[in-house]
Design a protein around this ligand. Structure first.
Ligand SMILES: Cc1ncc(C[n+]2csc(CCOP(=O)(O)OP(=O)(O)O)c2C)c(N)n1
Length: 310
């Protein structure tokens, strides 16, 4: 994938979320909007390292992963607006959706739960000789759950082709990392189980992509799981309803200077015209997709009685 393609995906990731925020402010979203502002390089850099046969379970801050695996902006818009045409037909209004044909496993909200699930997928894939890698994500807060530790340990013992991306964005809701763990690097947690781990700058998409390729190659070649910690900063509150007043303004200021899109733009400064064209194309695409989603119908009420156990 070229640098300009990486830029396009990050720009699309950001523009889709910005549009979601305006829908939210217009009261058109059912529920909350959880952004990945400032973290786009992680979704894009890691998904770019996957092959079509691989399986990924994105979390709420991985809109970029859904897009890169074949979902369109309209799917995310309709999903958040609970529209009939959304991936869940209006049953869920968040990112709890997936499609095995796209290699996307629907996440659930319980933090840490996708680690044992993806360990299981990695194991099944190996048993079936599919040569697949299973990838999932975890926040700094999520690495303190029991599921994270149980899943990581099992993956290490069974040497499973599992890649776990640690999104170390400084806060778990309002709790800074230092108040929920006595170490500074999440990677230490993985190493304790005998898992190959590294810590990288999560705001540099080229660094993330290179590291993610190492991780995927390690897992695919039978050397066992890999934990890639990406240091970053959650540039919004937990969701749009949260004004993040507990974050010192200086910290936001510091990380604003490390914005992943700005950094790639600076590196590609000689291709300014192309960057501008990409920005315009992304804006046009997002606007058209948003209009389509907005004009699409809500589900028929009778639909609520289908696809349920009782
Ligand atoms: C097992 C579990 N405990 C608590 C919650 C409630 N909860 C949802 S998100 C969140 C904070 C997550 O922080 P982190 O894992 O660092 O991810 P981030 O939101 O920073 O990306 C909490 C406590 C949950 N979903 N699951």
């Amino acid at each position: 994938m070229t640098e300009l393609e990486l830029y396009r995906w990050m720009a699309l990731n950001r523009a889709v979320e910005e549009r979601l925020v305006s829908f939210y402010r217009q009261n058109k979203v059912v529920g909350g909007v959880y952004r990945s502002l400032g973290q786009e390089a992680i979704s894009v850099g890691t998904a770019a390292a996957l092959e079509p046969q691989d399986v990924v379970a994105p979390l709420i801050r991985n809109a970029g992963v859904f897009l890169m695996r074949g979902y369109r902006p309209r799917d995310l818009f309709m999903q958040y607006m609970a529209k009939a045409g959304s991936p869940t037909g209006g049953r869920d209004c968040n990112t709890h959706f997936g499609d095995v044909s796209k290699g996307v496993i629907a996440p659930i909200s319980m933090l840490g739960a996708m680690i044992p699930v993806c360990a299981g997928i990695a194991w099944a894939g190996r048993e079936q000789g599919k040569n697949l890698v299973a990838m999932t994500y975890i926040g700094d807060g999520g690495t303190s759950t029991g599921d994270f530790h149980e899943g990581m340990n099992l993956a290490a013992v069974w040497k499973l082709p599992l890649v776990v991306i640690g999104e170390h964005n400084q806060y778990a809701y309002s709790t800074p990392t230092r108040e929920q763990m006595a170490i500074t690097d999440l990677a230490e947690r993985a190493r304790a189980y005998g898992i190959q781990a590294e810590t990288v700058d999560g705001n540099d998409v080229l660094v993330v992509l290179e590291a993610a390729r190492r991780a995927v190659q390690h897992a695919r070649s039978g050397q066992g799981p890999y934990f890639l910690e990406c240091k970053t900063m959650r540039m919004r509150g937990h969701a749009e309803h949260d004004d993040a007043r507990y974050v010192p303004p200086a910290l936001f200021e510091e990380w604003r200077g490390k914005d992943p899109l700005d950094r790639l733009r600076q590196r590609l400064v000689e291709r300014q015209a192309q960057l501008e064209r990409i920005d315009q194309e992304v804006d046009r695409e997002v606007e058209a997709e948003a209009r389509l989603a907005e004009e699409s119908p809500m589900p028929d009420p009778s639909f609520a009685f289908g696809r349920v156990f009782a």
